[in-house]
Design a protein around this ligand. Sequence first.
Ligand code: SF4
Length: 319
Amino acid sequence: MATAKSPRGDAPRSGVPAQTNIPAEAYTGGPLLVGDPAVGIVQPGSPPAGAPAAGTGQPSGGSALALKRRARRINRALAEQYPYAHAELDFRSPFELLVATVLSAQTTDVTVNLITPLLFARYPDARSMAEADPEELEAIIKPTGFFRAKSRNLMALGTRLVDEFDGVVPGRIEDLVTLPGVGRKTANVVLGNAFGIPGITVDTHFGRLARRFGWTDSDDPVRIESDVAELFEPKDWTMLSHRVVFHGRRVCHSRKPACGACAVANWCPSFGTGETDPAKAAKLLKYELAPGNEELLGKLLAETHRAAEIRMESQRRTP
Ligand code: SF4
């Protein structure tokens, strides 16, 4: 794998993957922080300025401002690494995203995407879901696991939407969290991706990485959400969530993070938690970043470039 050059011109950490050359217009993250004192090369075992003291979640030698600057720098690096980050669940409406997110508990998005075409062909709206035959519904969603509990939740969800919200998924978090099987994580997924309302989605990957980045010291999803919200502009919350989860799935694994092949290694106070040898770390990468998947990565980047070009072209043509 190519060696990265820091986007700000810093010398690269050996083995850190090359940044992608996506046009600046495609970048939707936070502002570039010129003169960021928190940015720099960090040697293994010596955390960067603003790194949290163990167990406090607060910057040790640095200021809260340095922590914020470093967090935004990480977000920018993740935006460059994953310009194609998006909600990995397939959906065409708020109802479909809500149902798919409920189904995604304890399983993968890939598994959910395999069964939702049939599920939504059979139950396209809240009313049909409310009136589903339980055995038929269970049979369709069985591959996602915990299918009896999920089936009960989906039918109760449909009933509640019909009874309380005229069959329409509400666009307020206060209402969403009152629905059966819907917590803040699911509510924020729906708000951020189906309604365009900024939300931070704290799943197991996001929580783990937020702690490793020093953005929080908490295990509590609500605390994590509020700690991270302090560091970023609301407009960045939804895409930040996608990028962090992408990074957790591909690079910063729970047991064996691939530190030696990590695009945010320069700013991560937990560098060294995992494998630091570049060659060994590269073998730990997953999905499109995994060795041998260069063609898939190239395809994803080409599609992203093309989408950015189309957006720019349409903006140019708009009077
Ligand atoms: S892989 Fe290592 S350097 Fe990268 S974010 Fe995770 S802990 Fe930090």
